[in-house]
Write a protein that binds this ligand. Sequence first.
Ligand code: G3I
Length: 324
Amino acid sequence: PASDTSLQKMLPFKFGGAVNINLLRTNTKYADVAKHEYNSITAENAMKFGALHPQENTYNWTDADYLVNFAQTNGAKRVHGHTLIWHQSLPSWVTNYSGDSAAFENIMKTHIQTVVTRFKGKVTSWDVVNEAFEDSGVLRNSIWRQKLGDDYIARCFQYANQADPDAILFYNDYGHEYSSAKRTAITNMITDFKNRGIPIHGTGMQFHMTVTQSDANISTAINAAAATGLKVHIAELDIRLNNDKVQGLTFTTAMATQQAAKYGYVVKTFNAIPAAQKYGITTWNVGDADSWVPGWLGAPDWPLPFDAVYKRKPAYYSIINAVK
Ligand code: G3I
């Protein structure tokens, strides 16, 4: 019966969502979708540097532990960690740090190793570094790069690997589908890491995309990531409909159909890469009302496979049909 279907049962790879821990705690329908539909789970914010490590000598594990416990007690869901080193969501004690580069390196190393060690055996994989490149393909001049030089990224992977040699380590970024310069820069970095023996195991492609994104660009991105030989995680999928920021727009059947087709294309293309490289697909939050997209656009949107009351949308059924 239809009530027995779920994404985790129907798909031949892991499917999950990024979750907001407050909603997971307080909203039964939200938690039910996460329990029933997903076999992989990511924290939308609870494992970021500022959330876990608000002061130099203070770690706050409460929300991250809640998520890990939720995953363990609801069918041993995989937990993907997001994210160890990023230029955003940093606490002010890091952004205002006045020590020398050796001390800053130690901050980076200590944070990575404390967090990875804390969740060893519980968090399967990590976005070790997030969004280190500009769309132009140059390295972003983040505080990490400014203080530690271009090769900080490689050292992050080494530090994480030292802390948990079994953890699957990803480089995660957006724009693979629209910037060939960025895609090439990331591919070159991966090749360089492989040549130098830097432990990297996967590419996270965020895929925050507009419904007008071309199928050709989507397949180019997925196939380029697969061509590296590493695992591929579509790590933050959402497909927005209101890129023009039309105020007062409403969600129509035509929009639902168009969005479903795009979700289906992403899933079908992903499903065609070699099985060992299919790390999974994660949507960025659960239902339309929970998405970061409307706030970011400053306009209404409906980017996810579940609606505001957690009803399955046409996109949901398209995801399942795409693997048949
Ligand atoms: O928790 C505080 C709350 O106490 C405070 O009252 C409120 C006031 O602004 O802010 C709350 O924190 C916000 C947090 O989301 C939780 O809602 C932060 O300000 C806000 O910056 C944060 O935004 C997140 C953003 O990353 C920055 O960390 C979004 O939820 C999250 O969806 C977004 O996710 C990123 C990925 O990590 C990386 N890729 C892009 C993606 C979308 O931007």
